[in-house]
Write a protein that binds this ligand. Structure first.
Ligand code: AKG
Length: 253
């Protein structure tokens, strides 16, 4: 039986996103919050993160002391057992399966942290403008470890925008592809509030954005990007092979 109703699947196909709400248990959320903080403390010491708020630099003090912070750790599942387990979380995979079918492979995961007071925005973009995956049929689970609303960095989406690839041009300030929503009809944006332990799903062509966090509350989020086996990336003819960093998560053969 599908984890989603026919109406929910239809809504995802039409709008390119689906808000689920709280999915994780409280003790699980508490463990993940602790592990997330530990990973960021380590990453800030060991230079294993990016600050997307500034141009891509490897200079640790520059990244740590920048006036605005949009911090990213890629592939937390390769270094932390609790996040490794999270990518196999049955209720999340049940939803991903309802949207993508029975064979699920990890594309990658990432922790996306907006600290309190100076958390920066992630500008409007379609994920697949960065990834260039074919078929353009990946689905992301975006999960929050804090209560998230518009003031501390909630996800914003443009319904229906996944139905075609949008033109992206490189920002002059950062490594982002779209700056300040060029060409995006932001009047159509929907804001997805979520409690800690909440999830929403979006398609890899859904235009999305998260605003700065100027509040005294941090905003910890984690994204799991799912693909179907046989997906190709970066305009190459090579499909993304099953590996430790791109494991099969579900397989029905
Ligand atoms: O977490 C954020 O602020 C941005 C997330 C995002 O852009 C994504 O999951 O693709």
């Amino acid at each position: 039986m599908s984890a989603l109703s026919a109406e929910q699947i239809h809504a995802f196909q039409k709008d390119g996103y689906l808000k689920i709400g709280k999915l994780l248990e409280d003790d699980h959320i508490a463990t993940l919050q602790k592990e997330y903080d530990r990973e960021f403390a380590l990453a800030r010491e060991n230079n294993r993160f990016r600050n997307l708020a500034i141009s891509n630099t490897d200079e640790l003090s520059e990244k740590n002391n920048a006036p605005t912070q949009m911090l990213q750790i890629m592939q937390v599942c390769e270094r932390n057992m609790h996040f490794r387990q999270l990518i196999y979380h049955e209720p999340i995979l049940d939803i991903a399966q309802s949207l993508l079918g029975p064979n699920l492979q990890l594309f990658h995961d990432q922790a996306l942290f907006k600290p309190a007071h100076n958390g920066d925005a992630v500008f409007w973009h379609q994920d697949n403008a960065y990834w260039q995956c074919l078929p353009a049929n990946l689905v992301s689970c975006w999960l929050t470890l804090d209560d998230v609303d518009v003031s501390n960095g909630a996800m914003h989406v443009i319904p229906g925008s996944h139905l075609q690839a949008h033109d992206h041009k490189k920002s002059e300030q950062t490594d982002a592809l779209l700056d300040h929503g060029d060409g995006v009809d932001t009047s159509q944006a929907k804001i997805i509030d979520l409690p800690a332990g909440g999830v929403m799903f979006h398609h890899c062509q859904t235009l999305h954005f998260t605003p700065p966090n100027k509040t005294d509350r941090q905003r910890r989020a984690f994204a799991i990007h799912f693909m179907t086996p046989g997906t190709k990336a970066g305009r190459t003819d090579e499909y993304l092979k099953v590996s430790f960093d791109r494991p099969m998560l579900r397989m029905h053969i």
